[in-house]
Design a protein around this ligand. Structure first.
Ligand code: NAP
Length: 532
């Protein structure tokens, strides 16, 4: 069972105690007392508080040269660690290079350490750590073997900066490939955004522990999630080795609320799977290499991907290179936002943006597809989102006018889809309002956080109470454009509805079960509220 360790900086007992207690309440299994900046008496007091010792504790006092903040000499640090080990913390964390290169350090502390795993031996157990804050050590595999061979180590831990997802996947590979005796007491953490999967999937990979901070608490290393995110969003305490992995691929991807939406859905139907953020650099080669690596990684079990900017065209190219299957509408749109990797048979791709948008429109208006086919729709923008929506509307038979800053782009898009049942024409963005439309859909980023005051059209007076205004921007939920349209009496539809409905299509493809839309909505709204 992989423990959640809450790392807490201890400067005084008064400031540390509430954070430690919050960590315990929120679900931490162990506490790491980072005493780099604590005086000797504070270390003594915190290690003897019963409300702290109700959980196993790790004592860590890291020097500046090790990435910590202990300001004294090495000799003073050694004396402090020695003294603290006399109070028998469950573990002490020592940097491997310090242990290896400073025989005095090892010699002084060794007599205080447990030599075995026997709980009857009431002594502190040794964690040997290897940190690299710049990149993945080239000799990581050998280093872990050497650390594991150093008596009396009980847990071997490596933490390094992940430059990309490949660095993170290497950690997961090592969890499976190192000798079994080492795997049982191993922690490998890839730090930073690219390494997030090593923290989230630590339970699936049976790590000894992973770090997570209490809500509002300070992180001690880049990329640490909160305890609540791990437990509730990532279903950390339920993860099993054979769980399939799903995720959202994009660059950047940290802002995406798709992990929150899909994991909430998975949890509510008890689906055995976990959904993670997967940042992949923009070029096709990076996409191909990393998706291939994830598909081949032992026990990773990649079963599905949501694909976002800038990889929607790369996903089609990859699908074609694998002789995968693509439905007709998605082929016509030319970009996809979903990949399925079934256990057997060819991979499949689809674009759920268009159907998500149409479903959002239908749900917001109670129109049937036939009703929609008889509407005149103004689409603002001619980029990826507009493309998917225009394709959907054109296939239904609606009359579409694409308004864009760059007229040529709107004309090219219109030319591509005009006559696919409906009529599609193009106009300059500042001509918006010259023709009455039943529906206006904003497919530009105007109004998106942080530029929340922006509005996609100048002449908002062209909007009236007979219209439906749909903004695909979902952060913030109520954009300035939607507010202005509502003030003019128009019916409004939020971009979150599209996001949810495209996720519903993906969810049903991932799980084979009906999506719990209401639960996914609550999770998405809470995540967006946290961002605003
Ligand atoms: P994109 O491919 O970059 O296209 C952006 C389009 O907006 C272009 O036509 C561009 O005009 C126009 N534009 C950009 N800034 C503008 C401004 N300040 N004023 C007027 N027009 C502007 O982007 P995309 O992938 O289509 O995404 C557009 C938006 O759709 C995103 O912001 C996202 O919030 C939203 N979206 C939502 C969902 C959802 O599920 N709710 C899904 C996908 C996208 P030019 O051609 O002249 O450059």
């Amino acid at each position: 069972m992989t423990s959640i360790v809450a790392p807490v900086f201890v400067r005084s007992v008064e400031t540390a105690l509430p954070v430690l207690q919050a960590a315990i309440t929120q679900g931490a299994d162990m506490l790491e007392l980072r005493c780099d900046e604590a005086r000797r008496e504070v270390v003594e007091q915190i290690l003897t508080r019963p409300e702290v010792r109700c959980k196993p504790v790790i004592l860590t006092i890291r020097a500046k040269a090790e990435g910590g903040s202990f300001a004294g000499t090495e000799s003073e640090r050694l004396q402090l660690i020695r003294h603290a080990c006399g109070l028998c913390p469950d573990y002490v964390d020592i940097e491997y290079d310090t242990w290896r290169k400073n025989p005095e350090f090892a010699g002084e502390i060794l007599p205080l350490l447990a030599a075995t795993d026997d709980p009857a031996e009431k002594k502190t157990k040794l964690i040997l750590s290897n940190h690299d804050f710049l990149s993945r050590p080239t000799d990581l595999h050998q280093r872990l073997l050497d650390m594991a061979a150093t008596a009396p180590v009980r847990i071997v831990k490596a933490a390094y900066k992940a430059r990309n997802l490949t660095d993170a996947l290497e950690a997961l590979r090592l969890y499976r490939e190192l000798p079994k005796a080492i795997r049982q007491s191993l922690v490998i953490i890839a730090m930073g955004e690219a390494g997030m999967i090593t923290r989230i999937l630590a339970a699936k990979y049976n790590a000894a522990f992973t770090f997570a901070v209490p809500a509002g608490g300070a992180t001690t290393a880049p990329g640490q999630p909160t305890i609540l995110e791990l437990i509730h969003t990532c279903r950390f305490k339920h993860q099993q080795r054979d769980w399939p992995v799903y995720g959202v691929v994009g660059w950047p991807v940290a802002h995406s609320i798709s992990p929150v939406i899909h994991n909430a859905g998975f949890g509510s139907i008890d689906f055995p799977g976990v959904y993670v953020p997967l940042p992949i650099e923009p070029d096709y080669e990076a996409f191909r290499t990393i998706v291939t690596a994830m598909r081949e990684l032992r026990d990773f079990n990649l079963r599905g991907l949501s694909v976002t900017i800038p990889h929607k065209a790369n996903a089609v190219r990859y699908l074609q290179s694998q002789s995968g299957l693509l439905d007709d509408t998605s082929a016509r749109i030319g970009v996809i936002n979903t990949l399925y990797f079934p256990q057997q048979g060819p991979i499949r791709g689809t674009n759920s943006d268009w159907s998500g948008a149409i479903e959002a429109l239908r749900a917001g208006t109670n129109w049937s597809l036939t009703d929609l086919a008889h509407k005149r729709v103004a689409v603002l923008g001619a980029g990826g989102a507009a493309r998917a929506i225009v394709a959907g509307l054109a296939t239904l038979g609606s009359t579409v006018i694409i308004y864009n800053r760059t007229l040529k782009r709107a004309q090219e898009l219109a030319h591509e889809f005009n006559g696919k049942t409906g009529s599609v024409s193009a106009a300059q963005l500042d001509e918006f309002g010259n023709t009455h439309c039943h529906v206006v859909i904003n497919c530009t980023p105007a109004g998106m956080s942080p530029d929340v005051k922006a509005i996609p059209v100048d002449n908002i007076s062209a909007i009236d109470s007979s219209m439906v205004v749909f903004d695909t921007v979902y952060n913030p939920r109520r954009t300035r454009f939607l507010q202005a349209a509502a003030e003019r009496g128009a019916k409004t539809i939020e971009g979150l509805e599209m996001l949810l409905r495209q996720a519903v299509v993906q969810f049903e493809g991932f799980t084979g079960q009906s999506a719990p839309l209401a639960i996914m909505r609550v999770a998405a709204e809470a995540a967006l509220d946290r961002k605003s």
